[in-house]
Ligand binder design. Structure first.
Ligand code: PEP
Ligand code: MN
Length: 357
């Protein structure tokens, strides 16, 4: 509270916190009054407190993204896909396949190619969010889902697919999609995040290209928390959240997005959730994909998601950034880098030197 805040003003703040948010308060008076809040303070909208008369400021001691934070869950989380593919911890998991389902032939051929290269989870993208809405956005829903099921059947691999339209969720699940992807453009679309918190199907949450780390992890924590739009805990939430970094808008126009390798160890420090990176949608050019994959894995990514297409020259969607058979070499080399760096913690350098003293 600001110096000189009245007892009535203090009471009004306490009343707002306890009755609006159902949290407990502890007040410390020593010259100025400090109101401590106990409970899941993520639900508090700071502005609804700072606007009250007599309030000086709101200071968060714990992150708003509590469920996703490593401060509340020390060990890496592991998400299991389709009962057999583990993501997170010491695993290195590859998600790959065509950017979009374009036709049955293209999808099955791309899927078989992706399987041969050694991917663990197959991209089977029915709905597409694109740079421009005029760009190719996928086949008609039922046709797309039939092909997605055929890709799964032909390869025996679990599938990941981006959900854009909330009304398609049941159809996706009924068609056997194993992982729901939230695209960069939907990363803060709260109705979608809320719906995904009610199921336990694994979710890949892309990093919105206009979002900072806090916004990204808040979206992840929201899926995990099971808190509804009125701030009430309505379910146990969906713990099976996987993060995927894909870079942000930058002033550099020659890469598609600006991907900061430093974000990889930083996010690993801040969150226990499995972290993938996407060298296709960040670099936007197949010539960059191989080296970027190695950089992400060396930086601590626990997996990579990338575009593999049977015939990039004819692709309707993102052919320029898709790789072909060379994905096999990329995966194998990345696995070597991963095992070579096994045992190196996420915090290195000066933090270890200081801790050792
Ligand atoms: C994708 O993975 O197909 C995609 C569109 O990526 P993003 O949402 O990160 O742009
Ligand atoms: Mn794409």
């Amino acid at each position: 509270m600001a110096p000189g805040a009245s007892i009535e003003q203090v009471e009004r703040v306490i009343n707002r916190i306890t009755s609006d948010y159902g949290l407990r308060c502890e007040t410390i008076v020593s010259g100025t009054t400090v109101i401590g809040v106990k409970g899941i303070a993520s639900v508090i909208d700071d502005g609804r407190i700072t606007e009250l008369p007599g309030v000086d400021r709101v200071i968060r001691i714990t992150e708003k993204y509590k469920d996703a934070s490593r401060n509340f869950h020390k060990d890496d989380s592991i998400v299991t896909i389709g009962g057999r593919v583990n993501v997170g911890g010491g695993n290195l998991t590859f998600f790959g396949g065509p950017c979009a389902i374009e036709s049955e032939k293209q999808s099955i051929e791309s899927a078989m190619m992706a399987k041969e290269t050694g991917v663990d989870v197959l991209r089977a993208f029915v709905d597409k969010s694109r740079t421009s809405p005029y760009d190719y956005r996928g086949l008609e829903l039922q046709k797309g889902l039939e092909i997605a099921a055929a890709m799964k059947q032909a390869t025996g691999l679990p599938t990941v697919s981006e959900l854009i339209d909330l009304r398609h969720l049941d159809a996706f699940l009924n068609a056997g999609i194993d992982v729901i992807q939230v695209g960069a453009r939907s990363a803060q679309y709260s109705p979608l995040l809320e719906e995904l918190s009610r199921i336990d199907t694994p979710v890949v949450l892309k990093h919105g290209f206009g979002n900072d780390l806090n916004e990204w992890l808040c979206a992840a924590a929201y899926i995990m928390s099971g808190i509804d739009r009125e701030g009430r805990v309505t379910g146990s939430g969906n713990r099976n959240v996987i993060l995927c970094y894909r870079g942000i808008k930058s002033f550099e126009s020659e890469t598609r997005f600006g991907a900061d390798a430093g974000m990889i160890p930083l996010v690993r420090m801040r969150s226990h959730l499995p972290l993938l990176a996407d060298p296709s949608h960040s670099g936007g050019d197949r010539k960059l994909v191989e080296r970027m994959t190695y950089a992400f894995v060396a930086a601590g990514a626990q997996g990579v998601e990338f575009d593999i297409h049977n015939n990039p020259a004819e692709a309707l969607c993102d052919g320029k950034q898709a790789v072909q058979h060379e994905a096999g070499r990329i995966i194998q080399t990345a696995r070597k880098i991963h095992s070579m760096l096994d045992g190196i913690g996420i915090e290195t350098g000066s933090s270890i030197a200081v801790a050792a003293k």
